[in-house]
Structures are given as C-alpha cells and as structure tokens.
Design a binder for this molecule. Structure first.
Ligand SMILES: [Zn+2]
Length: 163
C-alpha cells in the first residue's frame, strides 16, 4: 500500500497540514496562487506538494453537480478546481482524500463520492444538503441558484437548506 494522498485547499495550508506527516499532497495552481501571498509558497512547499491542473471534463462535471445541489453560487473557481482535481485523482489513485472545511466544497464532493478527510478543523457531522431559494414574501421555493428575486412577488430570496 502506498501512503495516503490528500488534495489540499487553502485552509489546509494555513493549518500547516503539508508540513506534518508523510502523506502525498496535491493542490491546484489556483490554490497555490491564494496561499503564496502568505509566504507559504516556499521551495520547501514545492518539494512536498504536487501542483497540478484538473481535467476540463472534471471541472465541467463538478460545475453541473454544484448547479444541482444549489452550491454553485458559493463555489469559487479555486473551489471548483480543487474538487475536480480530487475527482481526477480518486479515479487514477483510489486512496485520495479531499481536505477542506468549506461547507459547499464538502457537500459537492460528497455527492460526487469523493472521499473527504476527517481532519476538519471544526469537525462535526456532515450530510448532503440541497439549497433552495425561498421567498419570505409569498413562500414559494425555487431550485434555480441563479435566481435572486422572486419572479412572483419580487421579494429578495433567501437560501434555505433542505433534505
Ligand atoms: Zn414571492
């Protein structure tokens, strides 16, 4: 058995995860861009962390899934790249775990059956959540994450977790 592999988000870098243990660490260029402003992008880091790009197919699949779960609006390009990379690696190398504390990232990863590392800084139980846009004015619910105002009465919609 090879040692475990981890796909790291920026909070994992801030938590110092790549500096501990002996796992194989992966991240995307977009994550590296975020963390290198904080002097984390040293040559040491480059020797410990494999920086790679996800396949465009996986990025598209993650986007489609995020639209369905209602998480699309909460995910940055960086988040999308990270989930897509974890998806690529979980196909190529079954032993990969995604490390992220971001709720939307974890939710989409779970729907895509990507293993999530249980090293969450906050901990707690995670379950799949489908977000709906809810109108406080007339009580209607909408699944389209792009809607910001109620088409019926014009009230600003609020996000509501269901399921
Ligand atoms: Zn309404």
């Amino acid at each position: 058995m090879s040692e475990p592999a981890y796909v790291l988000d920026s909070t994992a870098f801030y938590a110092g995860i790549p500096y501990q243990g002996s796992g194989r660490y992966y991240t995307t260029y977009l994550v590296l861009e975020e963390v290198k402003h904080n002097n984390i992008g040293s040559s040491f880091l480059h020797s410990r962390v494999h920086v790679t790009e996800p396949s465009p197919d996986s990025v598209n699949k993650v986007k489609m899934t995020a639209m369905k779960t209602g998480d699309a609006g909460a995910l940055s390009q960086t988040d999308l790249s990270l989930i897509a990379l974890a998806m690529d690696l979980s196909i190529a190398d079954g032993g990969v775990n995604l490390v992220s504390d971001d709720f939307a990232v974890r939710n989409v990863a779970k729907v895509l059956a990507i293993p999530l590392a249980q090293t969450s800084i906050k901990g707690g139980a995670w379950k799949n959540i489908v977000w709906k846009n809810y109108c406080r004015g007339c009580g209607k619910e909408y699944t389209n994450p792009k809607l910001t105002d109620c088409p019926v009465c014009g009230t600003r919609l609020v996000r509501k977790a269901t399921g």
